[in-house]
Write a protein that binds this ligand. Structure first.
Ligand SMILES: *Cc1c(COP(=O)(O)O)cnc(C)c1O
Length: 218
């Protein structure tokens, strides 16, 4: 099936529940343009260099989401234009984004990455660390040039549906707790090609799909 057919099918499935981010990493600019022509405006990238190259070649009204692990020394390259940084996983990164946003006279929207999967290699804060950062240290009130607008998480890469649902449930509970105190915390970025149908049942507001739209990556 074509990219535009995939997008239309997925958009019908998700309806108004969640917003679709097309993850175009390691796919050519032509694929981005094809998706754009099918009405897709939000794209996710994981690598700075690739993002900068595509941004130059693509329509200006695309919302670029940085969904990968972001190194502090790279923040300056995307600070002028990035729409949303999904995977803030340390206070030092939060501070750096705040600093670069100030230099660019803007406020940058970010999500805090929560570590919910079992794999050791995955980045992110623990649930307790997020509670401390947001509820005790009041991060949403501290960083003037950062808008903390939600949470992002990746479930374990497994076929065990129960396990994935448990992980989504834990991040949903955390999300609701924070949202009660800070209504601006309203986005929950959970769900990838393999598990987005489950994520939709756990209040996902952004799903990040690569393979389901563009096919397997080489
Ligand atoms: C690659 C990637 C995705 C998309 O993965 P698919 O399985 O191809 O949908 C989503 N989120 C993050 C953080 C990624 O790195």
């Amino acid at each position: 099936m074509s990219i535009s057919e995939n997008i239309n099918i997925i958009k019908n499935e998700i309806g108004a529940k969640s917003k679709l981010i097309a993850v175009s990493k390691r796919k050519p600019t032509t694929a981005v343009i094809e998706a754009y022509n099918a009405g897709q405006k939000d794209f996710g990238e994981n690598y700075i260099q690739e993002l900068l190259e595509k941004k130059d070649e693509c329509p200006e009204d695309i919302n670029w989401h940085f969904i990968g692990h972001l190194q502090r020394n790279k923040v300056k390259y995307i600070a002028p234009f990035i729409h949303l940084v999904h995977a803030v996983d340390s206070v030092r990164l939060l501070k750096e984004i705040n600093k670069e946003a100030a230099k660019n006279n803007r406020k940058i929207s970010v999500l805090l990455q929560v570590h919910i999967a079992q794999e050791e290699s995955k980045f992110g804060f623990d649930v307790e660390e997020i509670e401390k950062l947001v509820l005790r240290d009041k991060a949403p009130e501290i960083y003037e040039h950062v808008e903390i607008c939600g949470l992002m998480a990746m479930a374990s890469n497994t076929d065990n549906t129960k396990k994935i649902e448990q992980e989504f449930y834990s991040v949903k509970c955390l999300f609701e707790k924070l949202h009660e105190v800070y209504p601006n915390i309203k986005e929950l970025s959970i769900g990838m090609s393999k598990d987005y149908k489950l994520a939709l049942n756990y209040r996902s507001t952004f799903i990040r799909l690569g393979t389901a739209i563009f096919g397997e990556r080489s």
